[in-house]
Design a protein around this ligand. Structure first.
Ligand SMILES: Cc1cc2nc3c(=O)[nH]c(=O)nc-3n(C[C@H](O)[C@H](O)[C@H](O)COP(=O)(O)OP(=O)(O)OC[C@H]3O[C@@H](n4cnc5c(N)ncnc54)[C@H](O)[C@@H]3O)c2cc1C
Length: 380
């Protein structure tokens, strides 16, 4: 029989190096954990960088109140630290507080700069990154993940772990751990890309109109490679058509950057103890560990209950980012700031689980978690 390659032993293994995974790994490392971050591509940031989605949606409720702080705010500031854009004047330390009602606390960033900056930060925090590594299974004992199975250039291998954060965007760890998951096939072909016209670089958005509730448009899921490939190819057809049109106006216009990962908004997610819904607007859950506004409209506040972040059938599995347990509120929690927020919550909760020797995430001391998160700048 083939000998299994043992790769290492970590406190926390984070699967997926998107915004949620970056945030989860940094918060775990800052809380004293030995962390490994697995990423199948060769860069950090996920959709926000490799996918060219370069608008860091608001950290506020649109009524002048900040709803998200902590690492999400730190990453927003990092995203523009290359000088590409600035924070809205009203949201600066000495900004006009009254004007905050008129301006949302969001920025546009350069995805390539952000990618480089994220990597630098993650390494500085002592996280071990494993690029070009695909998570592909778990070894479970007594409802606990003991090892993750991965595949890389050297073949298959196993990584020993105490806790796992599923930040894969597609709930891959939940799927392989036997958790209940929900799959969505509402993903239309879409692409954000950049062209250089001889003078400046401009951003273009092409594709089909996105409407998560419109079942008339053919959507794609991540359930088969065939569907994933089809969505990618169809999205590229839109890019080609747009470039042809632009070249008709200016023959010296050239594409400089296109998405290099599938531009899926909603794919697979955990079905946790609680599924966050749009109707939960303003509802204060006893285990609330963070809050967010709604990027689409001013006013609403959503509290994030910890119960929508951890596995039901796996004691040491937590999720972060766009694959947490949210049903109709999915369109709100998938925005970049909220992914950074749930990453920070999961990473911090993972370290607490280990330090307190708690039996499972469902038994975690929520008051203690809330206290630590508040100290880190998370607004609850
Ligand atoms: C077209 C489009 C437009 C959007 N517009 C905006 C916007 O303007 N502003 C905004 O804030 N949000 C926007 N979003 C949403 C936002 O970009 C994403 O929801 C968010 O970035 C997701 O972060 P994440 O870390 O949860 O997941 P992802 O960014 O998907 O990261 C997951 C990471 O996990 C890795 N991974 C997956 N599976 C595995 C595996 N098996 N093994 C190893 N690695 C794995 C992936 O390679 C990826 O790097 C948009 C999304 C799309 C698709």
């Amino acid at each position: 029989m083939e000998k299994v390659r043992k790769i290492g032993k970590y406190d926390v293994v984070v699967v997926g190096g998107g915004i949620a995974g970056v945030s989860a790994s940094i918060s775990s490392a800052r809380n004293g954990m030995k962390v490994c971050l697995i990423e199948k591509f060769c860069a950090l940031g996920g959709l926000a960088t490799i996918g060219n989605v370069c608008v860091y949606l608001p950290l506020c409720d649109g009524k002048g109140n900040q709803t998200i702080g902590g690492l999400a705010e730190e990453l927003l500031k990092l995203s523009i630290s290359d000088g590409y854009k600035d924070i809205p004047q009203a949201w600066k330390e000495k900004g006009d507080i009254k004007k905050r009602k008129e301006t949302r606390y969001k920025v546009e960033f350069n995805p390539v700069s952000f990618m480089l900056l994220l990597e630098e930060l993650v390494l500085k925090e002592g996280v071990e990154i494993r690029y070009d590594t695909r998570f592909c299974g778990v070894i479970k004992e007594n409802n606990e993940i003991t090892h993750l199975i991965i595949e890389d250039k050297e073949g298959k291998g196993i990584i020993e772990c105490k806790v796992v954060v599923d930040a894969s965007g597609d709930a891959d760890v939940c799927y392989f751990s036997g958790e209940d998951i929900v799959s969505v096939d509402a993903n239309v072909p879409v692409a954000w890309f950049f062209c250089f016209d001889g003078k400046e670089v401009k951003r273009y958005v092409v594709g089909e109109r996105y409407d998560p509730y419109n079942r008339d448009v053919k959507g794609f899921s991540v359930n088969t490679v065939k569907e994933i490939t089809e969505q990618i190819i169809k999205s590229r057809e839109y890019i080609r058509r747009k470039i042809e049109q632009l070249k008709g106006e200016n023959p010296h216009i050239y594409p400089v950057s296109i998405p290099l990962m599938p531009t899926f908004r909603m794919t697979r997610r955990l079905k946790g103890k609680i599924e966050l819904r749009e109707e939960d607007e303003g509802k204060i859950f006893p285990d609330a560990v963070g809050m967010t506004g709604d990027w689409r409209r001013s006013g609403p506040i959503y509290y994030i209950p910890f119960s929508c972040l951890y596995g039901v059938k796996t004691k040491n599995l937590t999720t972060a980012g766009r694959c947490i347990s949210a049903s109709s509120a999915w369109d709100i929690i998938r925005a970049i700031p909220c992914c950074a927020l749930t990453g920070e919550i999961s990473g911090t909760a993972s370290s607490l689980l280990i330090k307190e020797k708690a039996e499972s995430f469902s038994n975690l001391d929520i008051k203690k978690l809330q206290k630590i998160l508040k100290k880190q700048g998370v607004i609850i």
